[in-house]
Design a protein around this ligand. Sequence first.
Ligand code: JJW
Length: 448
Amino acid sequence: MAIIEFPKDMKWGAATAAYQIEGAAFEGGRGLSIWDTFSHTPGNVVNGDNGDVACDSYHRYEEDIELMKELGIDTYRFSVSWPRIFPEGTGEVNQEGVQYYHNFIDSLLSNGIEPMCTLYHWDLPQALQDKGGWENRETVEAFADYAAFMFKEFSGKIKNWLTINEPWCVSFLSNFIGVHAPGYQDLQLATTISHHLMLAHGKAVSRFRESGVEGGIGYAPNTEWNEPFSDKQEDIDASNRATGWFIEWFFDPIFKGSYPEFMLEWFKQKGVTLKIEEGDMETINQKIDFLGINYYTGSVARYKKDHELFDVEKVDIGYEKTDIGWNIYPEGFYKVLCKIKDQYGDVPIYITENGACYNDGVEDGRVKDTRRIQYLKQHLTSLQRSIESGVNIKGYLTWSLLDNFEWAEGYDKRFGLIHIDFHTLKRTKKDSYYWYKQTVNNGWFDMK
Ligand code: JJW
């Protein structure tokens, strides 16, 4: 027996995002987003999958909320589809979209589940992309206006807000590596966008403070850990750059008001310039009420000249992997959290995503996803250690409540506690659902 116990006041939850679960892509007055365009372009998504129907949660949210209620979670993290609220990105409000989120949120609240709302989880209105998307500073203003509208409209119902989910994915994965929408491969573009996302976050925080609305606001960067392959300084520096691309690059501007020198120099070497206008850093460098941390994986990294962006090579030393090919590295979760506390201080943290891809199917009405339970146990053990080391953890939200549209990987990659049959849309509780239910209810589990 080895009991891993959590503070009584820690919030437990699960997370999803609009484009990954809602479906109803062409209903309710919704405008198009870059993910409609991207997923409908052949070659971008495995099997040609798209989010047209997804889990159909737009129509089935009552059933989803019943499942959440039985699960016993305190908090549900969801995202709002910007083009459901502003089909053109700015201007005319789509009242049908606003009403949909009122109905949904009211239902959460009447079931005793606290909503945590992400404003930007990747579905940029296509109308704004047509004018340059996140490269255009007008998109930053449009985001701030959309955010301000949401704060006022849902004041009193939503207490915790997240501005941008995974800015690394929105900038570099989507505009340099090119595997997510809009799918460009341009380092200068991606870096400019990373700055504009920070700015969009900062402007939304300003608007939140101006609104006087009660509650808290933060953002949800994705983190990963890179362990140096050896004690050689070049390996240590290389792994610091690999991690710095996720952590320092997206945390320093907010917490310190500047970009990290060691990363700036590297970008300069690659011919990239950062166009910072007067006042930008002040806008970005504002107090946030909490951090959302997404963590899935870590690697071992070493120096390799002219390899990838930062002269760094990931070394496969044989860690077990989940079904999406990501290393299982729970120690990295602990290290990321301690690094954040060391470098940025005692900020309250919600784990806004952590979970595993395992594609187990339904057999005789049951999904035996033992490996997901094991992954969750390992990562929750790291989390508990971080709490004992003084990291200010307020909550843990697993990714994901439901199997859903896993972006460029389509429906083949399953992260849910609940299995979805994407033909019939039938929901089946996995073994991990029952395990999580017990853990949430007890506030502890037995590691064994
Ligand atoms: C990196 C692939 C080449 C989501 C990546 C691909 C190619 C070097 C999961 N988090 O569905 C990261 N997710 O919507 C948000 N996070 O590189 C939520 N990060 O690399 C989940 C995908 C991801 C990635 C996927």
